[in-house]
Design a protein around this ligand. Sequence first.
Ligand code: SF4
Length: 368
Amino acid sequence: MPDTKLTIRCSALPILDKCMGMLGAEMTIDQSSEVAEIGTEVHAYAARMIREGQAPDTMFMDPEIGFLVNAARQAWESIRSDYTDPQVEQHISFDLPKFLLSGHPDLYSLSASALRVLDFKSGYNAAAEVLPQLLGYAYLVLANHQEVRPGTVCLQVAWLRDRDIQDWTFSVAQVREWMRDLHKRAAGWNGRDFTAGEHCRYCPRFHDCPARSQLARSAVVDLMALDSAPKTRGELAPRMPDLYAKVQLLERLIAAFRDWLREDLTKHGSMDCGGGKILQLGTRERAILDVRRGWKIFRGALDDDELADCLSISKTALLNAVAAKSMPRMKAKDKAAIMLALEEAGAVTLRHERFIQWTGEKPEEKEA
Ligand code: SF4
């Protein structure tokens, strides 16, 4: 166990609530989102909207972000009258005997009648455990404003993709009792017991968790069992949440192992593994064409259409280059303008990519 006190962020509380194992970590416990980049833009938009009292005049060319900020706007419109003194993304912390608790609630409002806390979620509500995070925020606000004792505590999550607001109501005593219980469990943790499960996939301590070999073993055993006994779709479906979580765990372990191996071979050179086998980092050569230097040669050899067939332009690089030339405060407008011009010229098409995701809703069935 480390001697220094851990800082635990509220976003990690859903995992801590299930497994005290992360208390053995020597780091600040945080949790990143699987849709972090999109989430960051949407959160920044929502924060500005609430702070300034009106929706920012920002255009988003990415349809997904456009959908999410629109949902944030609608969610805020439907609840704004309840948040009489909105506090946006305030950093708050409280020193508990076992750990320092800290967090940035997206939004809260405290009055004698109610404490309201809201979190915008741009990910999917696939039975995600969010309540401990919100209880943590509520506890922090109450602990930092002990002069106010609100009549009720209302916790809300705006699920932007589902356009849904989920809420819970507690008393101040219940919030404090919840934290007292969590803290008691943390203080009593023996440093050896770990509760592995689906939540491990998001655990910040995943890479140095002493329980992870047991996790990996159970994941491999379950997957091997699939091979030996073929299953039907109907049999597999109810097991899929557990099974797929295990596949993701193994993917993380394999990626972590590859990273470690690459780093080791880079630092210490080739590894003699005995039996005439040496493992090393090999080098492959790939010719890279320098567009600027080769431009005249390309143009001499190919006409516009032939050259266009050989080129592709990165949207991110293009928008960054446009923004780099923009006047102050014009970046967003200039980027939107070039995307609009490209769309009008038919130069933007959408490529649909298939990916595996959890969602609470059944998609429309395909016609046969
Ligand atoms: S990886 Fe799982 S078992 Fe290990 S500390 Fe994290 S939640 Fe606990």
